[in-house]
Each structure stands twice: as C-alpha cells, then as structure tokens.
Write a protein that binds this ligand. Structure first.
Ligand SMILES: Cc1ncc(COP(=O)(O)O)c(C=O)c1O
Ligand SMILES: NCC(=O)CCC(=O)O
Length: 417
C-alpha cells in the first residue's frame, strides 16, 4: 500500500523521495505499480489519469506498444556495450534531421548533464566565463543552473541552492524572461559566453515568449559575440517535431535536449553548430565523457518514439486535447486567473491577471492550486503537485479521457466555489 511504502521511504530517502517535486503530492505521495496509456495504476490498485507524464517525456502515454516491443528486442541484444553502436548513429540522424540547429550531437544521460555540458562548451568555445539565464527558467540540478531557477527549486523557496560556491554564483547573471532591454544591457556591459533559455517557459507554469523576444535575443547574442543556447529539454519534439525553434523559426547556436528523445528512459543531448560541437573531446578539448552516454536502451526507446511521431504526426491531436481541456478549465474558474497553453503544454495561474515572467507568476495562489491538485487526485486525476510544473497531454489522452477529466474538474471546482 502507498501509505506504508511512504512511511518506509521517509526512513530511507531524504524527504522520502529521490527527486523533490515528488514529495509535494497531497495528502502524501502515491506509489505507482504500473503505467498504462494515460493511466497510472497505484500500489493501492487505483487507476489515475496522468497529466504529469513523467514530467514530460511520455508524449505517447505510458508503455506504448511499439516502444515497449523495441525495448524488449534490444534487451535481448544487451544493454551496455562501452563501444559505439548502430543505434546511436540512427538516433543522432533523426535529431539532426528534425532540429534545425542540430549538426552534430553528444548524447549524455539527463537534461541536467546536457545543460551543464552546453554551458561548459560555450565557455570553452568563446573563452568567456559569464552566463546569462532567466529568472524562473530551470535547466536541471547542477551548480550553474541553481540560481533563481524555477520548478522545485522555487517551489521549495530556494533562490540560490546552498552548496553552490559564491565564485560560481558570480559567473551567472539573471534577467526577467521577455525583458529584451535587460538582455541588451547585460550583453553590452558583461562579457557573456552564452545566453541560455527555455524557448517556452515550462518550469514556472507555462509562460510563452512574447512576439519578437526569441528573435531579439538571437540578434543581440550575435551582435555581442555570445552563443545562444535553447534548452529544449521539455519543448524538443513536443511543441513540434523540430522543437520550439521550428515553431518560432529562430535557430540557436546550441540546443539541449532530453525527456522525449529517450522515450521515457534516461537521456540528454547537446547539439548545435558543427564548429562549436567540434570543441568537445576527443575532437576538441572541452571535456565530456560518460559510462552510460548513448545507452543502447535509451537510444532504442528514443528512436521508436520519434518514429511514432514521424509516422503518425500526432501534434494536431495532442494539441487539441490540451486545447479542449485548457479552455474548459479556463471557463470553469470564476475567480481571477490566467491560463496559458501552447501546443500540448498548459497551466493555469490563480489570482493573477497577467503573467509574462516568473515575478508575475510568483504571486499566484499556490495553496489553492495545491488544494485543487489534492481534490482532483482523490477523484482519480493527477495534475502536477506544483503550480510551477506543466500539465501535458499525450496521444493516449483520447476524447473519453479528456471528458472524464473535465467532469472531475467541474466537480472539484464546484465544491470549492
Ligand atoms: C527545460 C529543462 N531543462 C533541463 C531539465 C533537467 O532535466 P533532467 O531532469 O533530465 O536532468 C529539465 C527538467 O525538467 C527541464 O525542464
Ligand atoms: N520541471 C522539472 C522537472 O520536470 C524535473 C522533474 C524532477 O525534478 O523530478
């Protein structure tokens, strides 16, 4: 049973979990025994409609048949070689084929590793040290990313993580999202190696770039000799098969990927312009290595997932599911709020009127959001346990599932009114 496992977990893990966002589930975290299509089946035998989807990777829902089959076939061939393999070549070709900025690829094991290495690469390539990031953007859990970050960092009230050295903090400068003037000021006055950003914010609720913001940052970085890194760990292969950069037609110098490209298995990738990527070891001297880099099982699940996206082009369908649900919720909430949706990502902000950056979003009524999360979970619907995370749809969220979800929202919001 979940509750007994939770009690045990509290004695085994810091805060009972292995990633902090998971501890926020109310009234206490449920333990999952199985994932199937749009559902999580808990250790208590409850079937729950899942809009968290592993925090983004599961664009085809849980355990999609073809991906499962391909993983099983790969298991028969072994799951770690310590040598190059045909499958990493195949997945890299798919990424280069779809992502406009991608000319070469380095596979790593998480989004965190991807942005950490992309930042080192930008520093090594430009010979500069400073990085410009945006308040509330989340780039994983390494030192250079844990400064005014979104997601669980902000949810737990951490501005700069303890343990990050002062010297490191001084190498990172921060602007508000959508504030081009700030970007220009910083690029002018500080010697910046790279600007890193989420092309659509997905770690402070969903906050889209304003018209001209991404293009403006691109122009400014090229004027001042800095590199532009799009962190597409969430948006890559989700907003479009070519990521946000295809959707907005702005091509960065480097792109970090993760989540969907591993089909639900651990993965990350740094990709970008050939001449920059050539600085990575052993071609260049910006060091990267990893026992598990380009792991055969992750490569296989990634290829199978991208093949499904190529063959079925499900974007209209998953976007529509999100649109129907987001619109219904938007109309049901009678108090002041904002709903942002882009493609199959959305989130609602309670008690605010206009949200264009993390400072605007900071004052949303998070306690009420959590209450809604808790009441929905009781009804069998799992939305993220934090206002700052994104609600995702997948190809498994069909009309029936969406309609059930709408009814559950109606019930919960009705009870709260
Ligand atoms: C935009 C972005 N970058 C990086 C990361 C870190 O990825 P990982 O959790 O795989 O380390 C995340 C995780 O959610 C993310 O959303
Ligand atoms: N939006 C942040 C994440 O998706 C990360 C998940 C985790 O840290 O467990």
């Amino acid at each position: 049973m979940s509750y007994e496992l939770w009690k045990e977990a509290l004695s085994l893990f810091a805060g009972g979990v292995n990633s902090p966002v998971r501890a926020l589930v109310r009234p206490s975290p449920f333990f999952t025994a199985k994932g199937e299509g749009p559902f999580l089946i808990t250790e208590d035998g409850k079937k729950i409609i899942d809009y968290v989807l592993g925090y983004g990777p599961l664009i085809l829902g849980h355990s999609p048949e073809r991906v499962k089959q391909k993983i099983k076939e790969q298991v028969d061939k072994g799951w770690l070689y310590g040598t190059p393999s045909r499958i990493e070549v195949e997945l890299a070709k798919k990424i280069i084929n779809h992502i406009p900025s991608a000319q070469k690829v380095r596979f790593v094991n998480s989004g965190t590793e991807a942005t950490m290495n992309a930042i080192r690469l930008a520093r090594g390539f430009t010979g500069r040290t400073k990085i410009l990031k945006f308040n509330g953007n989340y780039h994983g859990a390494h030192d250079y990313a844990l400064i005014e970050a979104g997601s669980a960092v902000s949810e737990y009230g951490i501005t700069i993580s303890k343990g990050v050295p002062e010297e490191v903090v001084r190498t990172v400068t921060v602007c508000e999202y959508n504030d081009l003037e700030c970007v220009e000021r910083r690029l002018k006055s500080e010697n910046i190696a790279a600007v890193i950003l989420e092309p659509v914010m997905g770690n402070y609720g969903v906050i889209p770039p304003e018209d001209g913001f991404l293009r403006g940052v691109k122009e400014l970085t090229s004027t001042y000799g800095s590199l532009l890194i799009f962190d597409e760990v969430i948006t890559g292969f989700r907003l479009d098969i070519g990521g946000a950069q295809s959707l907005f037609k702005v091509v960065p110098d480097l792109t970090t990927l993760g989540k969907i490209i591993g089909g639900g298995l651990p993965i990350g990738a740094i990709t970008g312009k050939r001449e920059i990527m050539e600085s990575i070891t052993p071609a260049g001297s910006v060091f990267n290595a990893g026992t598990f880099n380009a792991n055969p099982l992750s490569m296989t699940a990634g290829i199978a997932t991208i093949e499904e996206l190529e063959n079925k082009n499900p974007y209209t369908e998953i976007n529509r599911a999100a649109e129907v649900l987001a619109d219904e919720i938007d109309q049901m909430i009678k108090t002041e709020h904002v709903t942002h949706r882009i493609g199959s990502m959305f989130q609602f902000f309670l008690g605010v009127k206009d949200v264009k950056n993390a400072s605007d979003a900071k004052i949303t009524n998070r306690a009420l959001y959590l209450k809604i999360h808790e009441m929905l979970l009781k009804e069998g619907v799992f939305i993220p346990p934090s206002q700052l995370e994104t609600i995702f749809t997948s190809t498994s969220h069909n009309d029936e599932v969406i309609n059930i979800t709408i009814d559950k929202f109606k019930k919960v919001l009705g009870e709260l009114a």
